[in-house]
Structure formats: structure tokens, C-alpha cells
Design a binder for this molecule. Structure first.
Ligand SMILES: *[C@@H]1O[C@H](CO)[C@@H](O)[C@H](O)[C@H]1NC(C)=O
Ligand SMILES: *[C@@H]1O[C@H](CO)[C@@H](O)[C@H](O)[C@H]1NC(C)=O
Ligand SMILES: *[C@@H]1O[C@H](CO)[C@@H](O)[C@H](O)[C@H]1NC(C)=O
Ligand SMILES: *[C@@H]1O[C@H](CO)[C@@H](O)[C@H](O)[C@H]1NC(C)=O
Length: 326
């Protein structure tokens, strides 16, 4: 009789344990589901749309029936918001008296100014360009730009800087004013074209990428730049670069600032920049110009004849054309 009662007690105890086990497990899986839904809801739309890697909980969600809104998300990506940085000189017929342009003509000067404005206008009209920060140190160039640029002017912001012709100025500006944003320094006569929708800010940050692009050329108003200046070609590449795309994150070191303290028009400055951002900045510097197209307008062929080369074998970097963004 006594052993029977003991057995009954053990049986009841096991039964209670089993019930507790089933109940708690059920609660846990419910909690997971709630958590998964919560994560999904609180993620910024942007991340959901652009992330290639499945989110920790996304797999679970997608294996269930797809949400009606999900299909839309994968086909329509948000545009990257690019903050362009540009500058230009105001050339007038007075410049014909300088050594730089002595052999040129008033018509060439005017054509060159018109190319600057076209380049700036094309940059302003690009769908991925959110702002264009125009750097200047003398107000007459601002007056000129205001008089000649008529479209999409709400994107245009003027910023006074100490010396807009120094290469370091663009990076100083980006690191001071555009932390955490996609910055793009581009020469005024080089404007963005196809491919820019593919730029992913999260990748630029997490992989510490810097794209230093080689330009393309195409039919422009006064000439076909496709034949004149089109160096994004694995065979024709010789180390010429134009536009810089990166996300400023943290400070710009004094060593980098010192290395980039030169005029932006000298030859070889981009090779020094590639070398500097690789070795001192620890960026992964690449040239995906086969995917991101920038175009050069220089039909006037007006050039500062006093340009000289500054790079040496000790500070020259190269970045051959590639078709990959990461
Ligand atoms: C102004 O910029 C937008 C892109 O932000 C572009 O779609 C539009 O075509 C531009 N306007 C003109 C007149 O080009
Ligand atoms: C602007 O910068 C140039 C050099 O890039 C310099 O010659 C000029 O004096 C500067 N102007 C002002 C007002 O600081
Ligand atoms: C360059 O011009 C030549 C003729 O002058 C033409 O045959 C060729 O297709 C052009 N190349 C490019 C890349 O535009
Ligand atoms: C400067 O850079 C160019 C690439 O644009 C390279 O071909 C050249 O060798 C470099 N100059 C020196 C002295 O290393």
C-alpha cells in the first residue's frame, strides 16, 4: 500500500514537471516571435531595404508567408544622399595677362567658364546629389555662380573657406561639416552620371571605403570627350583620378592634413592622396569607375600652363579600374 502511494506521488510530480516544461517552452517561443516583430518594426526602412545580409530575425520572417509590403521594399531602394563639394576659379580676360593663360584668348576663357557652370549644373541635377557645397574665398565667384546657375539652386550652398584651391580644404570641410554623410569632392568640370544609386553608406562606413574615381568622357555640347578624356579603361589607365567618395567618420589626422597640403590642380596630387588615405588613413581605396561614372567636360582645352608634377615614387598610389564597390 505504502509503495503504491509513493509511486503515485512520483507520477504526479513528473506530470507537473512535464506540464511546467511545456508551458514555459511555449512562452519562450511566443516571446521570440514578439521580439522578431519588434525588431522588424523598429528597424529604419533604409536598412531593411538595402541590407544584403539577412538580418538575424529576417530569415524567420521571410520563411513565413511574405509580407505584402516586402516585395516593394526589395525593388525600390532609397537613393543615397550625396553631399558634393566643389569649387572653381573666376577666370576673366585679365587672366590672359598672367603666365598661366598668356597664350589663350577671351573666347577660350569664356568657354571654360561656361564648362564650369555646365559641370556644376549637371552635378546639381543628379538624382543622388542632395547638396552641393560650393567653397569660395572671394565673393565675386559667388555672384558669378548665382547669375549663371538657374536650376535646382535649392541644393546649392555657399561656404567661405580660407583657401579653396588647396586639396586639404575639401577634406577639412568634409570632416568638419559632413560627419557620417556621403561626401563627394569632385572637380567642377567632372560631374556624376550612372551608377550612383548603388552607393551604400553602410558599406562605405563598415568597410572604411574610399572611392577615388577615374573619369569618362562622352558627347558634350562642343566636342566628344569620349575621345579626349576617357581613362577608365584597364588598358588606358595611367593613374589619373578625379572624384572622391567617402564617409567622414571621426577626425582627420594632422599627418593626413600635412600630406594633402598642396594645390589641387598640380599633377600627381591624386596619387599622393591615394597613398595617404591608404597608409595614414587606413582606408580601402578603390576605383570602381566601371560602375560609378563621372564625366569630364574640357572641350575648351584651356589649361593653366604653370602646372607641375608633385608626386614622387615614395608617395604615389595607384588604383586601377574595377567593377566592384566593396
Ligand atoms: C533637379 O534635380 C532633380 C534631382 O534631384 C532632377 O530629377 C531634376 O531633373 C533636376 N531639374 C532639372 C530641370 O534638371
Ligand atoms: C583666396 O585664395 C587665394 C589662393 O588660393 C589667394 O591668392 C587670395 O588672396 C585669397 N583671397 C582672400 C580674400 O583671402
Ligand atoms: C574617336 O573618334 C574616332 C574618329 O575620329 C571614332 O572612330 C571613334 O569611335 C571615337 N572613339 C570614341 C571612344 O569616341
Ligand atoms: C606619379 O604618379 C604617376 C601616376 O599618375 C606615376 O606614373 C609616376 O610614376 C609617379 N611619379 C613618380 C616620380 O613616381
Amino acid at each position: 500500500m505504502q509503495s503504491k502511494a509513493v509511486l503515485l506521488k512520483i507520477f504526479l510530480l513528473l506530470l507537473i514537471l512535464a506540464i511546467i516544461y511545456i508551458l514555459t517552452n511555449h512562452a519562450e517561443s511566443n516571446k521570440d516571435e514578439i521580439k522578431a516583430n519588434h525588431v522588424k518594426a523598429s528597424l529604419p526602412l533604409h536598412e531593411l531595404m538595402t541590407s544584403n545580409k539577412p538580418l538575424p530575425t529576417q530569415q524567420k520572417i521571410t520563411t513565413k508567408q511574405p509580407l505584402p509590403s516586402q516585395q516593394k521594399m526589395t525593388t525600390k531602394q532609397p537613393l543615397p544622399k550625396i553631399y558634393a563639394i566643389v569649387t572653381m576659379p573666376l577666370l576673366t580676360k585679365k587672366d590672359l595677362q598672367t603666365k598661366k593663360y598668356r597664350t589663350s584668348t577671351t573666347e577660350k576663357i569664356e568657354e571654360r567658364m561656361s564648362e564650369f557652370i555646365t559641370g556644376l549644373q549637371n552635378t546639381l541635377n543628379h538624382e543622388c546629389v542632395y547638396r552641393v557645397h560650393f567653397l569660395y574665398n572671394e565673393s565675386n565667384v559667388v555672384d558669378y555662380v548665382k547669375a549663371h546657375v538657374k536650376i535646382n539652386t535649392t541644393k546649392l550652398v555657399f561656404n567661405r573657406v580660407e583657401d579653396p584651391r588647396k586639396h586639404v580644404t575639401y577634406f577639412d570641410f568634409a570632416y568638419e561639416k559632413l560627419q557620417g554623410e556621403i561626401a563627394m569632392y569632385t572637380p567642377i568640370d567632372v560631374y556624376p552620371g550612372e551608377g550612383f544609386r548603388l552607393i551604400n553608406k553602410d558599406d562605405l562606413i563598415s568597410k572604411k571605403l574610399m572611392y577615388i574615381l577615374t573619369r569618362h568622357g562622352k558627347q558634350e555640347k562642343n566636342c566628344d570627350m569620349g575621345n579626349i578624356s576617357n581613362n577608365c579603361n584597364r588598358k588606358r589607365y595611367f593613374g589619373s583620378h578625379d572624384s572622391y567618395i567617402f564617409v567622414p567618420n571621426g577626425p582627420l589626422s594632422p599627418e593626413i592634413r600635412k600630406a594633402l597640403d598642396y594645390w589641387s590642380i598640380v599633377w600627381g596630387q591624386e596619387n599622393i592622396a591615394i597613398h595617404t588615405f591608404r597608409t595614414l588613413g587606413h582606408f580601402k581605396v578603390t576605383n570602381p569607375c566601371e560602375v560609378l561614372f563621372v564625366y569630364h567636360i574640357h572641350c575648351s582645352n584651356l589649361r593653366d600652363s604653370t602646372r607641375y608634377r608633385i608626386n614622387t615614387s615614395a608617395n604615389s598610389g595607384m588604383a586601377p579600374p574595377t567593377n566592384t564597390l566593396t
